[in-house]
Design a protein around this ligand. Structure first.
Ligand code: SF4
Length: 146
């Protein structure tokens, strides 16, 4: 079996995120299924009346390091990483990861200006588990915790 069709393994976190962003922007059809499946949309200002496709378009804008929209930022802030979005995506996109990367963008961690404040509750133990599996260096962890 040939392995030549697999994409090159990213050497850095930035490369990994860049590949994920490019893949998501290519494959996402903006159907809005992820937003509609989210259990948190009833708890954020503006979202119960928001158009799902418009909200997703704002999230994709954040992946492009654009300004995003108020509704996209509200959805990102309401996200509790339930994973319902990923299960609902007909394109097989990891929508929960899409939201996490969009949150990184909104926090200013990917180079664009910060648009939201960090959470007061850092989810300390959950982050330890996630970061330990990724085997980041101390410097990388410090950078991505901003
Ligand atoms: S469900 Fe998937 S394809 Fe549809 S908007 Fe969300 S991420 Fe994009």
């Amino acid at each position: 079996m040939s392995v030549t069709n697999f994409p090159a393994k990213p050497a850095t976190l930035i490369e990994h995120l860049g590949q994920f962003i490019a893949d998501t922007l290519t494959r996402c059809t903006r159907c809005g299924a992820c937003f509609k499946a989210c259990p948190m949309t009833g708890y954020a200002p503006g979202l119960p009346a928001a158009d799902a496709q418009d909200v997703v378009a704002g999230v994709l804008g954040l992946l492009r390091q654009e300004a995003g929209t108020a509704d996209a930022l509200a959805w990102i802030e309401a996200c509790t990483q339930s994973g319902r979005c990923s299960a609902a995506c007909p394109e097989g996109i990891n929508a929960m990861k899409m939201m996490r990367v969009a949150r990184m963008s909104a926090l200013g961690s990917l180079g664009a200006p910060r648009k939201i404040a960090p959470r007061e509750e850092k989810g300390f133990f959950r982050r330890i588990g996630a970061f330990s599996q990724l085997q980041f260096s101390a410097d990388e962890i410090e950078k991505w915790q901003r």
